[in-house]
Write a new protein. Structure first.
Length: 263
C-alpha cells in the first residue's frame, strides 16, 4: 500500500492548452541571502514569471521553517517576496512540506496564496497522472526517522507553534540539524537510495500512475520506463547541482540551472 495520499482535485490542464511550463523544485535548504544558491534561486524565480503555469515546491526549500503567525525568519524575506511576485504573474504555487520546512502557516497560505500539502498527493498534470511527494517517507525501513517525523509533523505540534515563542524554534532548528547531519552519511552508507526510490517507483507504477516526482534524497535522475510508459523524476538539489524538473506537453524532464543563466 502506498503512503497516505490526498488527491489534488484541480487538474493542471491549463499548461497543456497554453504551452506554458510546469516546474518542480526541491531541496534548496536556503540559509543566507548572500549564498550562491539563494541568489540563483531568486534569479530563477524571476525568470519563471509569465512563463510558468504552476510551480511545485517539493519540500526543503528552506533549511528550517516553522509557520509562526508572524514570520521570525527575516532572512527569507527576499524569497518570500519573489514567490509573491511569481504568484501575481499568474503562476499557481503548490508546496509539499519537507523534513526541514513544515507547519508552513499563514505566510504561505495567505501571503503567497500557495496550496500546501502535508502528505503525498496524486495529481493529473498535463494529462498525466503523477504521484507527488517530498520523499522523506519513501524509505519505509528508516524507522527512526519515520518516528521522528510522526512526532514533529502531527497536528498537535502544529497547533503549539502558534503558542510558543519564536526563540524556541531556533533551538528546535539546532536539534533537528544535528540529527539530520549526523544521520546523513550513515544513511547513505546503509541504503542504496537509487534502489530505494526505484523500488518505490515500481509500486507507484503498479498503482496506475504515469510518473513519480520526489525530492529529499538530493539524487538527480530522470528514468523512463515503457509498457506502460512511466517516468521517475528525482529532483536532486538546489545546493550544488541546481537541478529542477520541468513538464512540457505531458513529458517530464530533468534540467540544470547554470549560473550563466542568471547573468
Amino acid at each position: 500500500m502506498l503512503l497516505p495520499l490526498i488527491l489534488l482535485t484541480k487538474a493542471d490542464s491549463k499548461s497543456r492548452i497554453t504551452g506554458m511550463r510546469t516546474v518542480f523544485i526541491a531541496d534548496a535548504h536556503l540559509e543566507n541571502p548572500s549564498d550562491t544558491n539563494y541568489l540563483l534561486l531568486l534569479a530563477f524565480l524571476e525568470e519563471l514569471q509569465g512563463k510558468t503555469e504552476t510551480l511545485y515546491i517539493m519540500g526543503d526549500l528552506f533549511d528550517f521553517w516553522l509557520g509562526f503567525p508572524e514570520n521570525p525568519f527575516r532572512q527569507y524575506d527576499p524569497v518570500i517576496e519573489a514567490l509573491v511576485l511569481l504568484h501575481r504573474s499568474g503562476c499557481r504555487i503548490v508546496y509539499f512540506e519537507g523534513n526541514h520546512d513544515f507547519h508552513l502557516g499563514a505566510v504561505f497560505r495567505e501571503k503567497i496564496k500557495a496550496k500546501v500539502h502535508r502528505y503525498p498527493a496524486g495529481a493529473t498534470i498535463q494529462g498525466r497522472r503523477l504521484y507527488l511527494c517530498h520523499g522523506d517517507q519513501i524509505n519505509r525501513s528508516d524507522y527512526g526517522y519515520l518516528a521522528l517525523r510522526a512526532l514533529t509533523h502531527n497536528a498537535a505540534v502544529g497547533s503549539l507553534v502558534n503558542l510558543l515563542p519564536p526563540a524556541l524554534a531556533m533551538k528546535a532548528r539546532e536539534v533537528l540539524q544535528r540529527i539530520s547531519k549526523k544521520g546523513y552519511a550513515e544513511k547513505n552508507a546503509r541504503w542504496n537510495h537509487h534502489d530505494v526510490i526505484g523500488s518505490f517507483a515500481e509500486r507507484v507504477r503498479g498503482e496506475g500512475y504515469d510518473g513519480l516526482v520526489c525530492g529529499h534524497f538530493h539524487l538527480a535522475m530522470c528514468e523512463k520506463y515503457q509498457a506502460p510508459d512511466f517516468t521517475l523524476l528525482s529532483l536532486g538539489d538546489w545546493i550544488d547541482s541546481f537541478t529542477y524538473g520541468e513538464m512540457i506537453d505531458g513529458e517530464l524532464f530533468l534540467r540544470s540551472y547554470s549560473p550563466i543563466d542568471a547573468i
